[in-house]
Ligand binder design. Structure first.
Ligand SMILES: [Zn+2]
Length: 289
């Protein structure tokens, strides 16, 4: 599942190869649900003849800035990969969106599960209001420890759910949230508003460290993710808790456990991510409080 580091890696790869390319046409749009705010003819009409001027990322959205302030925002959701091909290579199975570019290349969205989405925006203002209504701040851009602390104090909720909430912080998903909480030595069920200043600081540092390392390793290829050149990342070799149930914790030697939280698997070490609120919750349940 592509999260911030995977989308960032894709954006970096594409930037080098598609900026300045002229789009000859948009096609392969055979799944209407992937186009929430436009029809294929409109996307093709807007894209054809325009030049790709920028490749950016906001949260898990990859943004293609076209000439005349026209924008495509691509969200890969569960399994989508954006891959650059030569035009003489026929599209892979499950290609549901593609941009034919000049100089003989083609950008394909390959998405077996069809959860990916392609949005069209007719101005940067339109794009900005769409993104602002869905996304909180970028964890690696301009966010300070102080601001992060304010955001945490203002919001209720368990740390794991908070980290997954795109309106709280943009770009994190299940895998990096678990890795971050392990690095920060914080229990996934802990209420965000109860963190001490030291814990808040530790969490903030962990978010940055985990994301920066993962981007350096070109993302995590746990199941199907590949970058724009079709290459897997290497961060899966460095995972500390995600998918490691029953294996020893690298920090304390305890056993990594898995629990289900909001219908998602959550991996953590009970020994070094101590649940400081567990006695309180138990007491509440038994009616002592
Ligand atoms: Zn441990």
């Amino acid at each position: 599942v592509p999260e911030l580091p995977e989308v960032e890696t894709t954006a970096r790869g594409l930037r080098a190869s598609i900026i300045g390319r002229r789009i000859e046409g948009a096609g392969a749009m055979d799944w209407p649900a992937m186009l929430p705010n436009a029809v294929p003819e409109e996307i093709d009409g807007v894209a054809s003849g325009r030049t790709i001027e920028s490749v950016e990322r906001r949260g898990k959205y990859l943004l293609l800035g076209l000439s005349d302030d026209q924008w495509l925002a691509i969200h890969r959701k569960m399994s989508g990969n954006l891959v650059l091909h030569d035009q003489d290579v026929s599209p892979e199975r499950h290609t549901h969106f593609s941009l034919t570019l000049d100089e003989g290349t083609r950008l394909d969205l390959v998405d077996p599960r069809k959860f990916g989405r392609v949005y069209l925006f007719r101005s940067s203002t339109e794009l900005a209001s769409f993104l602002e209504s869905r996304l909180g701040p970028e964890p690696l851009e301009g966010l300070t420890t102080a601001r992060f602390g304010q955001l945490l104090a203002r919001r209720g909720g368990r740390l794991k759910s908070l980290l997954l909430d795109q309106r709280f912080l943009a770009g994190l998903g299940n895998l990096y949230a678990d890795e971050i909480l392990w690095v920060a030595r914080l229990h996934p069920l802990r209420q965000g508003s109860t963190l001490t200043a030291r814990e808040r600081n530790r969490l903030f540092q962990a978010i940055r460290e985990v994301l920066v390392d993962a981007i350096e390793r070109r993302g995590t290829s746990f199941s199907s993710y590949v970058d724009a050149d079709g290459e897997p990342g290497t961060n899966q070799l460095f995972l500390r808790v995600y998918g490691r149930a029953g294996e020893p914790c690298f920090r304390c030697g305890g056993v990594i456990e898995r629990m289900v939280l909001g219908q998602r698997g959550t991996w953590f070490c009970r020994r070094c991510q101590v649940d400081r609120q567990a006695p309180m919750r138990r007491a509440k349940r038994s009616g002592d409080l």
